[in-house]
Design a protein around this ligand. Structure first.
Ligand code: MZP
Length: 500
């Protein structure tokens, strides 16, 4: 006879937090959202932590190199999707790792024998007035001079004037040497009263520019998640089939953390993958595993050597696994159960294996609930797919801007092994849909708003950190009727407002 759990499978919408005592100290500006990502022994620090408890889903529509940079700037981690060739995934990792905060590759470049007319045309095309003059006209050529709007007067000069007659030549240029820090570059900019600083290598080749106007932007990112070389921390998804080729390529590209991406992770395929990584790299490569929804699944992956465990089956907004296969569990029940399992495991072994609530986060308050229920961090797909930085197309549908968002188990993304059992069989049915999500603007603004709500609720619970929230949170189930009471009711709304 099958085991039948006594409790129904519950989701975030069925819970609310009951406020606890908050002192005068419990103010949002005092809240830390720092959270562990990789396992650690009692009394030790995790090798990787995040400054905000959010990571982006391993999905084609969500996590590429642009998302990786944008999210690391805020203090989180993007896991670049694995449903692409090893070469293109590694190239994305490499691009994100090469992206140095404040150092941007030159996008306007000409040769000295080109003319003022070329300068004007290029300025019109890019909208940028700083043009690097290199021997071959590329962004990595030997720099011979620079042209800014101070160097020419369109009304007084013949458009056919060669650039080398009016550019600021190299010997009169202010530049920085490759390897200097952003703050050193900014000091040079300020001391010399210039607006831009070309950065060059030992062979006088241009590597990037630092612009005065970007200074404020970088001052604004106190949470940036950087490695020891001041590069952004970048994650990537792997699968249980081609890991022997994919993992070395990603490591070579500089990836910081991997996660096995599978809709169902309580399987021998995952332990074989973890074994291979441990045999070849020991503990130096950090890798998460999943997804699971109960204690057995968690213990299996923790014992198999996972650095963190992802929790959630069938709760994703684009996911139809529960309908198609009849497997899964309400996201709240899964997180609560696995969090208890993690704490027991910690008590028994002294090893804390962080857990990630993956999928089904709809409202900002669901983030707070997931953390209160024990999640160390949260993986989101739909949430990030709505932003400018997500790779998918922005379209106008019925008068509204939307972005495309499709599941990794949809026909659009399939032909990769995530949704089969790790063998050679091709996917025979879909487990995800192709959809639109409302366009929501920039990642920075949205993450700031969502986390301000999380921090505010934490203060209502008297918690200034995630572990404190987990200790102090008091949760209650809500009745179906009381959910109506929770929204605006019995009033005539003046205009539609979006509460997400
Ligand atoms: P959500 O944030 O859109 O609700 O859920 C994102 C999560 O759904 C992903 O991190 C992944 O675990 C899961 N997912 C991705 N594709 C599918 C699918 O096609 C899926 N079924 O379930």
């Amino acid at each position: 006879m099958a085991v039948v759990l006594k409790e129904p499978s519950r989701t975030f919408n069925e819970y609310l937090l009951i406020p606890g005592y908050s002192s005068a100290e419990d103010r949002p500006e005092n809240v830390s959202l720092k959270t562990p990502v990789t396992k650690f022994r009692k009394g030790e620090e995790p090798a990787i932590s995040m400054n905000i408890p959010l990571c982006s889903a391993v999905m084609q529509a969500v996590s590429d190199d642009k998302m990786a940079v944008a999210l690391a700037k805020e203090g989180g981690i993007a896991f670049i999707y694995g449903s692409q060739s090893i070469e293109s995934q590694a190239a994305m990792v490499r691009r994100a790792k090469r992206h140095k905060a404040g150092f941007v590759p030159s996008d306007s470049n000409l040769r000295p024998d080109q003319t003022l007319a070329d300068v004007i045309a290029l300025k019109k095309e890019t909208g940028h007035s700083t043009i690097a003059i290199t021997d071959d006209g590329t962004s990595e050529g030997k720099i011979l001079g620079i042209v800014t709007s101070k160097d020419y007067r369109v009304s007084r000069m013949d458009p056919s004037t060669p650039i080398n007659e009016f550019m600021t030549p190299f010997d009169k240029m202010v530049y920085g040497k490759e390897g200097i820090s952003l703050s050193e570059a900014n000091d040079i900019i300020w001391d010399n009263k210039v607006n831009q600083l070309p950065i060059i290598d030992d062979n006088q080749r241009l590597t990037s520019f630092v612009f005065r106007k970007d200074y404020e932007e970088h001052k604004d990112n106190p949470n940036e998640l950087l490695d020891s070389h001041k590069r952004y921390i970048v994650g990537a998804g792997i699968n249980t089939r081609d890991y022997k080729e994919r993992v070395p390529a990603l490591i070579e590209a500089g990836v910081d953390i991997l996660t096995i991406d599978s809709s169902e992770g309580y399987s021998e395929w995952q332990s074989l993958t973890l074994d291979w990584i441990r045999e070849n790299y020991g503990d130096s490569v950090k890798v998460g595993a999943g997804n699971v929804v109960d204690e057995e699944g968690f213990r299996f992956l923790a014992d198999a050597g996972a650095d963190f465990v992802k929790v959630g089956i069938g709760g994703g907004s684009i996911c139809i696994t529960r309908e198609q296969k009849g497997i899964g569990r309400g996201q709240a029940s899964a997180v609560i159960d696995v969090a208890e399992a993690r704490d027991r495991y910690f008590k028994e072994t002294g090893v804390y294996v962080p857990i990630c609530s993956d999928g089904g986060t709809v409202y900002d308050y669901h983030m707070t609930l997931a953390l209160a229920m024990g999640a160390d961090f949260i993986m989101l797909g739909r949430y990030f797919a709505r932003f400018d930085e997500a790779p998918s197309a922005k379209l106008m549908v019925n008068g509204n801007y939307v972005k495309e968002y499709w599941g990794e188990g949809s026909a659009r993304a399939r032909n990769w092994q995530r949704y089969d059992l790790g063998g050679d069989a091709k996917l025979k049915f879909e487990e995800g849909v192709d959809s639109y999500v409302p366009y929501a603007g920039s990642l920075h603004d949205n993450v700031a708003l969502s986390l301000s709500k999380v921090k505010s609720t934490m203060c209502n619970c008297g918690a200034l950190s995630i572990p404190e929230l987990q200790k102090k949170a008091k949760l209650t189930l809500v009745s179906a009727v009381s959910i109506v009471e929770g929204g605006a009711h019995d009033v005539i709304l003046k205009e539609h407002s979006n509460h997400i």
